[in-house]
Design a protein around this ligand. Structure first.
Ligand code: TMP
Ligand code: ASP
Length: 241
């Protein structure tokens, strides 16, 4: 059992709340049922979503740790909460795409569903008011958002995650279309932070190409949490009733 004690609220995001703890280098993440799209324009509460994402994220972070990728995840402490390392987060989102979808399709006018070989890599600035604009390495250096070494590490780590997770989902009959990762500094090292859940990636059934991720919410397809639970079940993640 954990000895970490929840203290004051530090920060509330669109879907998670971050709490300080009695230990300076640990935080508690609370995964809420709030589900947001279009940079917070559309927000709804979906029953069980916080719990499903908390268990989902724990499972994925543990798989990544096993593969040698340092993450902030420490332990689950309740159905909707986990303890994480207190990272100094970079204001950057790293997106790798294996298949064209979402903003790439809109931006470049390409067809949804085409394979991207090699997978593409993009940086976005984490800023809802500006709708997370795409940025490049020179913006990151010019505005001091990260160092050249950190840029290199973010690319290497995000592609490494792709190798691990593409296979994990493929073995369970799913396609990892794309995903977003965020990193932070911890004891001078870059460590994977935030979350990995169907809120921040695209997953399709490998045969039918049915969408099993937050696009169901963005596009009003319904069955959002049911799809997340189906993905969890296919991965063998045990969820409470
Ligand atoms: P995009 O197609 O909207 O650029 O998103 C690519 C992937 O990254 C998709 O799986 C959703 C995820 N993502 C987020 O979760 N939050 C974000 O703010 C952004 C820009 C992308
Ligand atoms: N994660 C972002 C939001 O909640 C973007 C999106 O998922 O559409 O607004």
């Amino acid at each position: 059992m954990t000895s970490v004690i929840k203290k004051q609220q530090r920060f509330t995001g669109k879907a998670k709340t971050v709490y300080a703890t009695n230990e300076d280098d640990k935080l508690i993440l609370h995964f809420r049922n709030d589900t947001s799209a279009f940079d917070g324009e559309k927000i709804e509460q979906l029953a069980r979503k916080g719990m499903v994402n908390n268990y989902f994220n724990a499972f994925i972070m543990q798989q990544l740790e096993k593969a040698g990728i340092a993450t902030h995840f420490e332990e689950l402490i309740s159905d909707e909460e986990c303890v994480v390392k207190n990272l100094d987060m970079l204001p950057i989102e790293c997106v790798v795409r294996n298949i064209a979808a979402g903003s790439l399709v809109k931006r470049l006018g390409v067809e949804e569903g085409i394979d991207l070989l090699p997978p593409t890599f993009e940086f976005f600035l984490k800023n809802d008011a500006l709708h997370d604009p795409m940025i490049n390495d020179s913006h990151i250096i010019a505005f001091n958002w990260a160092t050249q070494a950190e840029i290199k590490q973010m690319k290497t780590l995000t592609y490494q995650v792709n190798d691990v997770l593409k296979k994990l989902f493929a073995d369970a009959g799913m396609l990892l279309v794309d995903y977003k990762l965020e990193y932070g500094r911890y004891n001078g090292k870059l460590v994977l932070g935030d979350e990995f859940s169907p809120d921040g990636c695209r997953l399709w059934d490998a045969k039918s190409r049915e969408k099993l991720d937050k696009d169901r919410f963005r596009q009003g397809l319904g069955g959002v949490v049911e799809a997340y639970e189906q993905v969890a079940q296919r991965l063998g993640i045990a969820l409470p009733e």
